[in-house]
Design a protein around this ligand. Structure first.
Ligand SMILES: *Cc1c(COP(=O)(O)O)cnc(C)c1O
Length: 361
C-alpha cells in the first residue's frame, strides 16, 4: 500500500457525528458538519450526514463545489466570507454564507440576482475572539440592511470564538448572542431563525446544564473528525479518536550519536535547540515531512519519539532498528490532519469497519 497516506475510518467519523447529534439534540441544538480539515472530502461529508448532521459547511468554495460535484444534496454553508470576486461561485454552490461585511453582502445579493436565486446569510457577531464578526453595537444596523437587501435573506446570526485568540465560548457570550437574536425579532421584527453558537470549542458549554437560550446550531469539525475538544486537546468521552491515521515508511534506521557534531547555525526551518547528549540511539528516518504534515502534530506509536523534521524527512528515535519499508503509524492533530489532507503527496485510503455503512451511501 502506498505511503505516505492517510487512513480514514468513515465508520468512526459517522459514530462521532451520530453521538454528538444525539447529545446535542437533547439540548435543542442541531449540528452542521464542517469538512474543511479534510479538503471537503465527499466521503467524510457523507459519513457526517449518515450520522445525522443537518448540513455541511466548509470555509472554501472549491471544497463546496467538490461536494456538489460528488452529488451531495444536503444544505451547504460557506463558513468564510467570500471576497466580492468570488460571490458568483459562492451562491452557485452554497445556500447559506456567513457574512460580516456589507460590501460582501451586496456582492452576494448581485450574484444571487444574476442567478435568480435567494441566498441565505448568517450575520456573524464579534464576541471577543477578534476574528470575524461585526461589533455588537452594529448588529442591528447590519441586520436591517441585510433584511432590506434584494436576493438575500437574513437567515440568522452567529459567532465564532476560540479559533484566533483562544477565547473560551461560555454562558456570557451565548447569552449575549441569544439576547441579540431576541432583540432583533421582538423590537425590530427581524427574524433570525438560525442562531449558530460556534464551533467544536463550544461543546463544553453546550453539554453543560445552563440553558442554551436561543442558540440552536453548532458548526462542528474537529470534534467529529478527531473526537477531541479543541480547547483542551483532550478526548471527548464517548467519541472515537482513531478516525485518521497518517502512515509513512521507514527509509533509514541506524545507530547514531544523539548529538550533532561540527559548528552549528540555523537549520532549514530556523534555529533548533541543541538536543541532549545521551550517547548512541537508534535514529529512524521516515519519508514524511513538512510538505505532508505538521511535524509538531503527529503522535508516533508508544516508545517512539519525534526528534526533528525537514521538508521531506521526519527523524524518529525508535526502540530498535527497523527495516526500510516498515510502515509507521501516527495519529494527527487538527493541524497535521489539515496539512495531510491538503497535501498532494499524501494518498487517501478509506476504511469502513461495518458493511452496513457503505462508502457509496
Ligand atoms: C472552522 C470553522 C468551524 C469549525 O471549527 P472546528 O473547531 O473544527 O469545530 C466553525 N465555524 C467557522 C466559522 C469555522 O471557520
Amino acid at each position: 500500500m502506498i505511503t505516505p497516506r492517510i487512513d480514514i475510518d468513515l465508520t468512526a467519523i459517522e459514530h462521532n457525528a451520530r453521538t454528538l447529534v444525539a447529545k446535542l439534540s437533547k439540548r435543542g441544538l442541531s449540528v452542521t458538519g464542517v469538512t474543511k480539515a479534510t479538503l471537503g472530502s465527499p466521503d467524510v461529508a457523507k459519513a457526517m450526514l449518515r450520522g445525522g448532521v443537518v448540513g455541511i459547511a466548509d470555509s472554501r468554495i472549491e471544497n463546496l463545489e467538490a461536494l456538489r460535484d460528488a452529488g451531495i444534496r444536503a444544505p451547504m454553508t460557506l463558513l468564510r466570507s467570500p471576497a466580492p470576486d468570488w460571490a458568483d461561485r459562492a451562491v452557485a454552490c452554497a445556500s447559506t454564507t456567513l457574512v460580516s461585511d456589507l460590501d460582501v453582502v451586496d456582492a452576494l445579493s448581485a450574484a444571487a440576482g444574476r442567478r435568480a436565486v435567494n441566498h441565505r446569510l448568517v450575520l456573524m457577531v464579534e464576541l471577543g475572539d477578534l476574528r470575524e464578526g461585526v461589533m455588537v453595537a452594529d448588529v442591528l444596523d447590519a441586520a436591517r440592511r441585510i433584511s432590506r437587501t434584494r436576493h438575500v435573506t437574513l437567515a440568522g446570526i452567529g459567532t465564532n470564538l476560540a479559533c484566533r485568540s483562544g477565547v473560551i465560548p461560555g454562558d456570557d457570550q451565548m447569552r449575549e448572542l441569544s439576547a441579540l437574536a431576541t432583540a432583533l425579532g421582538a423590537k425590530f421584527g427581524v427574524a433570525t431563525p438560525v442562531v449558530s453558537g460556534g464551533n467544536s470549542a463550544n461543546l463544553t458549554w453546550a453539554m453543560g446544564t445552563t440553558p442554551v437560550g436561543r442558540v440552536n446550531d453548532l458548526r462542528l469539525g474537529e470534534a467529529i473528525l478527531l473526537g477531541m475538544d479543541p480547547l483542551t486537546r483532550k478526548p471527548i468521552p464517548g467519541l472515537r479518536q482513531d478516525t485518521f491515521c497518517v502512515v509513512a515508511s521507514v527509509i533509514e534506521s541506524l545507530a547514531k550519536p544523539s548529538y550533532p557534531w561540527g559548528l552549528r547555525a540555523q537549520s532549514a526551518f530556523g534555529t533548533v535547540a541543541a538536543p541532549r547528549e545521551r550517547g548512541s540511539i537508534v535514529q529512524t528516518l521516515v519519508a514524511l515531512g513538512r510538505q505532508d504534515v505538521d511535524p509538531e502534530g503527529v503522535t508516533p506509536p508508544a516508545g517512539f519519539h519525534v526528534l526533528g523534521s525537514s521538508s521531506d524527512h521526519l527523524v524518529l528515535e525508535t526502540p530498535t532498528r527497523m527495516p526500510a519499508g516498515t510502515e509507521v503509524r501516527f495519529s494527527p492533530s487538527y493541524s497535521a490532519l489539515l496539512r495531510a489532507m491538503t497535501s498532494p503527496f499524501v494518498a487517501e485510503r478509506l476504511v469502513t469497519a461495518s458493511a452496513g455503512s457503505s462508502i457509496a451511501a
